[in-house]
Design a protein around this ligand. Structure first.
Ligand code: HEC
Ligand code: HEC
Ligand code: HEC
Ligand code: HEC
Length: 73
């Protein structure tokens, strides 16, 4: 996912991550345009709520039980 500037304005993280989450969508599309798991969260979550980009390797999957304790997969 390359350079800092591809997600951060001038390479500097924003206070609320709003700019960063817009960048995700400009490359990958919005929640409504993605898989069922993504559609289920349209209007509720940001990409960075599940994809903690600096703590996960590319291809790692976020876990549902961070937020749901009823066994959703
Ligand atoms: C794929 C998008 C993406 C790229 C590329 C990226 N960041 Fe981030 N960064 C984020 C997001 C989203 C957050 C806020 C949420 C989080 O912590 O995951 C963040 C948070 C940060 C923070 C705040 C501290 C922290 O870890 O929460 C720093 C500092 C930072 N990034 C620096 C960088 C630097 C330096 C680079 C280039 C080497 C970089 N980022 C590349 C998306 C990205
Ligand atoms: C509720 C947690 C959650 C949120 C929010 C979320 N993702 Fe995901 N994402 C996942 C999971 C789980 C996968 C594994 C494949 C799947 O279930 O679709 C994934 C897979 C992906 C993939 C890999 C390709 C694929 O479809 O398998 C990309 C790219 C991705 N997400 C981008 C995003 C972007 C961009 C956003 C914000 C618009 C986002 N995700 C928000 C959970 C989430
Ligand atoms: C400049 C375009 C760009 C931006 C901005 C960007 N990505 Fe990506 N992302 C890519 C490319 C290219 C790949 C690697 C090819 C692929 O798997 O689609 C990738 C890979 C991924 C993957 C892994 C896909 C897989 O198949 O395993 C996830 C998850 C993901 N990005 C989420 C995010 C999130 C979350 C953000 C915002 C914080 C973000 N991306 C910002 C272009 C981008
Ligand atoms: C960052 C927190 C978070 C993560 C991680 C997360 N969710 Fe959610 N999810 C929510 C919130 C908030 C809602 C809306 C309130 C609710 O329905 O509980 C929601 C709603 C849903 C819904 C739609 C409501 C319903 O009951 O039909 C489904 C389906 C769902 N999540 C499945 C998943 C799955 C599957 C995963 C793992 C890939 C996951 N969630 C990961 C926070 C999260």
């Amino acid at each position: 996912m390359g350079e800092c500037e591809s997600c951060h304005a001038n390479g500097e993280p924003s206070a609320d991550s709003a700019y960063e989450n817009e960048q995700c969508q400009s490359c990958h599309g919005s929640l409504a345009e993605m898989s069922e798991t993504h559609k289920a969260h349209d209007g509720m979550l940001n990409c960075s709520d599940c994809h903690v980009v600096h703590e996960m390797n590319v291809g790692d999957k976020p876990t549902c039980d961070n937020c749901h304790d009823d066994g959703r997969k």
